[in-house]
Design a protein around this ligand. Sequence first.
Ligand SMILES: C=CCO[C@@H]1O[C@H](CO)[C@@H](O[C@@H]2O[C@H](CO)[C@H](O)[C@H](OCc3cn(-c4n[nH]c(N)n4)nn3)[C@H]2O)[C@H](O)[C@H]1NC(C)=O
Length: 137
Amino acid sequence: DSGRLACEIPAGPWGSCVAEAGGSQPVSLPSSFALNMGRAGSDLALHFNPRFESHGDARIIICNSLQAGEWGEEQREPDFPFQLGQDAKICISFDAQELTVALPGEQQLKFPNRLGLEAIEFFSVEGDFRVKSIKFK
Ligand SMILES: C=CCO[C@@H]1O[C@H](CO)[C@@H](O[C@@H]2O[C@H](CO)[C@H](O)[C@H](OCc3cn(-c4n[nH]c(N)n4)nn3)[C@H]2O)[C@H](O)[C@H]1NC(C)=O
């Protein structure tokens, strides 16, 4: 079980690195997983949703915000660095302007901090993604 640990991105001015190592399980073909963070389940600064195959999308990362239960405009990232059954290190940091997601293979993705989030008060994981470690720095 080669769960490697978190990444070392230093905390941003506001935020911190929410580091995660996990992996999608080869047992069942996961259609997608999601990491959600923000103030509450209905107020997310970042819904980070890699889709292997779901909603008619294949191998694309969907990022969005959720404000009072309403989805914002999706940001769609076709550069898809995940492999089924492989561990993935994902590291999220943020400041007043944007959230930065460090992905496997030195890939980086940015998403505007639409909620002006200053602290992560809510964090959830959905789908076939087994979290091996989480570190708030
Ligand atoms: C073309 C038709 C209208 O557009 C579609 O509208 C859908 C509904 O809003 C969009 O799907 C939602 O997209 C949201 C982000 O913008 C969320 O991903 C939402 O799902 C929330 C969610 C995901 N998950 C989840 N992910 N993985 C697992 N296991 N569970 N649990 N709750 C999805 O149901 C979907 O991404 C969007 N597609 C396009 C191409 O825009």
